[in-house]
Write a protein that binds this ligand. Structure first.
Ligand code: AMP
Ligand code: P6P
Length: 338
């Protein structure tokens, strides 16, 4: 069997493609790797350890914070702070960004945005969840204070983005702008191995993924697209299959491997949908475009949205390019607003 490449080896190989690289970015991946292993361990004993259920408070989203959210948030934060590589972090679980003000961090050129456990309420029922992360260069001067603008950058400015899916196996999938690669965790020795090299979105797909419980409140163009997916047309291999896990990373990862479209549209009372731009949609969009797919807000590229606040939301249509293009056409012709 040919030698398996570990995540650490792969990251270092890539670093050497940048002669001037200091290794800071590589070490950030090391911190993410460590925190991922700790979260994997807690998730996999969730039924036994007192790690499931509510932590008894709400996060900035007004969502019931799960114990695992708090645990994961702390583990990623401390792992990233401990190596002096990141000057600040913004998290779905924290109202405001956090400045790592130890001297070794103040000179770092990177900030990280993270959703520590996306879909955490699924933990209690043993459904896959995920961590999503996004890495930018700071725009404020080195050694100065971290500012909000360091985090309010368009997705096109991302240095790296990725997710960890805690499913039937734990996988880390990431991009730094030169393709997408997936690594599967071997818990027996605690190592991520390269298992999915140069992941690419199938151009077509037979899966559409949306919470049809909101159907009556969707924009007209979205409703028309969903009916298009359901009508018989052998030439375009329809009807498509509806698959919805209710965990963004899991729904996205399935489509990345098999082809398909995931949608979280705007709907009555939610003009911007539910998903957050900075630490959910932008990293997913970076991966998508690097894998040859399309990530749209219904009209244009997710990555080109200029953020105005840390926890802002956006509608999301993401996946196989031919499917997303058809969805955009329906919304252009029949409306994408509620
Ligand atoms: P660094 O000096 O380690 O912060 O790296 C400088 C730049 O080189 C990064 O912002 C990336 O654009 C690139 N780079 C460094 N290391 C890596 C890596 N392991 N994988 C991909 N790109 C890298
Ligand atoms: P709904 C999980 O709470 C999450 O943020 C995403 O992981 C998921 O795609 C979405 O919300 C599910 O939302 O409204 O369909 O339950």
């Amino acid at each position: 069997m040919k030698d398996l490449v570990t995540l650490g080896e792969f990251v270092i190989q890539k670093q050497h493609e940048y002669p001037g690289a200091t290794g800071e970015l590589s070490q950030i991946f090391g911190a993410i790797r460590l925190a991922s292993k700790l979260v994997h361990r807690e998730i996999n004993k969730a039924g036994i350890a007192d790690i499931v259920g509510s932590a008894g408070n709400e996060n900035v989203q007004g969502e019931d914070q799960q114990k695992l959210d708090v645990y994961a948030n702390e583990k990623f934060k401390s792992a990233l702070a401990a190596r002096g590589l990141v000057c600040g972090l913004a998290s779905e679980e924290d109202d405001d960004f956090v400045e790592f003000d130890q001297p070794m961090n103040k000179g770092s050129k990177y900030v990280v945005l993270i959703d520590p456990v996306d879909g955490s309420s699924n933990i209690d029922v043993n459904v896959s969840v995920g961590t999503i992360f996004s890495i930018y260069r700071r725009v404020s001067p080195a050694n100065g204070p971290v500012i909000l603008e360091d985090f309010l950058q368009p997705g096109t400015a991302q240095v790296a983005a990725g997710y960890i899916i805690f499913g039937s196996s734990t996988m880390l999938v990431y991009t730094t702008g030169n393709g997408v690669n997936g690594f599967t965790f071997d818990p027996s020795i605690g190592v991520f191995y390269l298992s999915h090299q140069n992941l690419t979105f199938p151009k077509k797909g037979r899966i559409y993924s949306v919470n049809e419980g909101n159907y009556v409140h969707f924009p007209a163009g979205v409703k028309k697209f969903i009916k298009y997916c359901q009508e018989r047309d052998d030439a375009s291999d329809r009807p498509y299959s509806s698959r919805y896990i209710g965990s963004l990373v899991a729904d996205f990862h399935r489509n990345l491997l098999k082809g398909g479209i995931f949608m979280y549209p705007s709907f009555a009372g939610h003009p911007k949908g539910k998903l957050r731009l900075l630490y959910e949609c932008n990293p997913i969009a970076f991966i998508t475009e690097q894998a040859g797919g399309i990530a749209s807000d219904g009209k244009g590229r997710i990555l080109e949205i200029q953020p105005s606040e840390l926890h802002e939301r956006t509608p999301l249509f993401v996946g196989s390019s031919e499917l997303v293009k058809v969805a955009e056409e329906f919304m252009e012709n029949h409306g994408s607003e509620i």
